[in-house]
Design a protein around this ligand. Structure first.
Ligand SMILES: *Cc1c(COP(=O)(O)O)cnc(C)c1O
Length: 339
């Protein structure tokens, strides 16, 4: 096989050997199919193309020091994809079949799971689209579920380093009673312009506020937000935040470490009180926040004076990674070890 520079990989797409597909027709799901093609054939009037009937997931597999491959919390992703499907009227993909498809996709692409030492991992991308032809606005009658995988590099190539975030009050990612709490492509389309502005100004991402009052913190474009103060892990409770599995895992680990955990509305003004802040999601686990600028209010909140991550963020990050790579006991049954 071609030589892959594992630790030089970015978060991008690389062709692997196989993907797994499943079709929903005549009111039921078919059998899992294995494909070596990177393409699909789609009707030009498919609902996914016109009306955004698309949901996706993101999870990872890791190779341990023992050579075993571990998949992190895939059942949670299966359940969340069902919730996304209910949110935009798509057929729900069965949880057991989802797990089977993920295991199949990882097993058949074993040679692409990066070695333990590289700090890289195998990113798993399930997606679900409406495929039947429809010109009027109606849900599709047919669906296609796909899982593909691609190796991705270690998120922190230069160490676990805090980066700056930007509040942009003139852009919203999701409406208060809209689709912010489900993982659909439309939310990402809605966030591209603001994200591009932030990147051009040198920020990692936008920190979104609640769309109605601009008074509370929602989340960072593709990751949840948390702050740390007085030995307490605090994360926003909001209808327009995507329920991050990483965030939920960190809340469990924070409690395990003797911290208090609060999930509640977090006013923007509270940023001034946090000792540490971070963005959390599958891609990075924790992306520590250096500083949050709020130019429209002429405010800036600093969370790291020396450019390094705070102790609580560091401890949470190390503990979660240790579970994912099999270095520490999987006390909560989060990991599926491949046979
Ligand atoms: C996927 C996603 C996250 C992170 O969720 P994880 O399950 O931790 O990967 C956070 N916010 C948004 C908007 C997302 O789409």
């Amino acid at each position: 096989m071609e030589n892959i520079n594992w630790s030089g990989l970015s978060f991008g797409y690389m062709k692997t050997d196989y993907n797994v597909r499943c079709y929903y027709r005549d009111g039921k799901w078919g059998e899992l199919e294995i494909s070596d093609s990177e393409s699909i054939t789609l009707h030009i009037a498919s609902t996914c193309l016109h009306y955004g009937q698309e949901a996706f997931e993101g999870l990872k597999a890791f190779k341990g020091r023992d050579g075993k491959i571990r998949i992190f919390r895939m059942r949670e992703n299966a359940l969340r994809m069902q919730s996304s499907s209910r949110g935009i009227l798509m057929a729900e993909f069965p949880v057991e079949l989802f797990e089977e498809a993920v295991i199949e996709a990882v097993s058949r692409n074993r040679r692409f799971v990066p070695p333990y030492e590289s700090g890289a991992s195998l990113y798993i991308r399930p997606l679900l689209i409406g495929t039947s032809a429809q010109v009027g606005v109606n849900p599709s009658k047919e669906y296609l579920f796909i899982v593909f995988v691609t190796p991705v590099g270690p998120y922190f190539k230069t160490g676990f380093k805090p980066t700056p975030y930007l509040i942009l009050r003139s852009y919203d990612r999701a409406a208060p009673q809209g689709t912010g709490n489900i993982k659909v492509g439309g939310n990402y389309a809605a966030s591209l312009v603001a994200g591009e502005i932030a990147h051009q100004k040198g920020y990692s991402a936008v920190l979104y506020l609640d769309s109605k009052e601009k008074k509370y913190i929602d989340e960072c474009g593709p990751a949840n937000f948390f702050g740390i103060k007085n030995n307490t892990y605090i994360t926003p409770d909001s209808n327009s935040v995507l329920p991050s599995i990483t965030n939920r895992s960190l809340m469990t680990l924070a409690e395990e470490m003797g911290m208090k955990v609060e999930r509640r509305p977090v006013p923007v003004s509270e940023l001034a009180e946090f000792e540490e802040a971070g963005a959390c999601g599958t891609a990075a686990v924790i992306s520590p926040i250096l500083r949050i600028d709020d130019p429209e209010e002429n405010k800036s909140y600093v969370f790291s004076k020396d450019g390094t991550a705070g102790p609580a963020s560091r401890r949470l990050y190390d503990r979660l990674r240790a579970i994912q790579y099999g270095d520490q006991e999987d006390r909560y049954g989060w990991v599926t070890v491949l046979q």
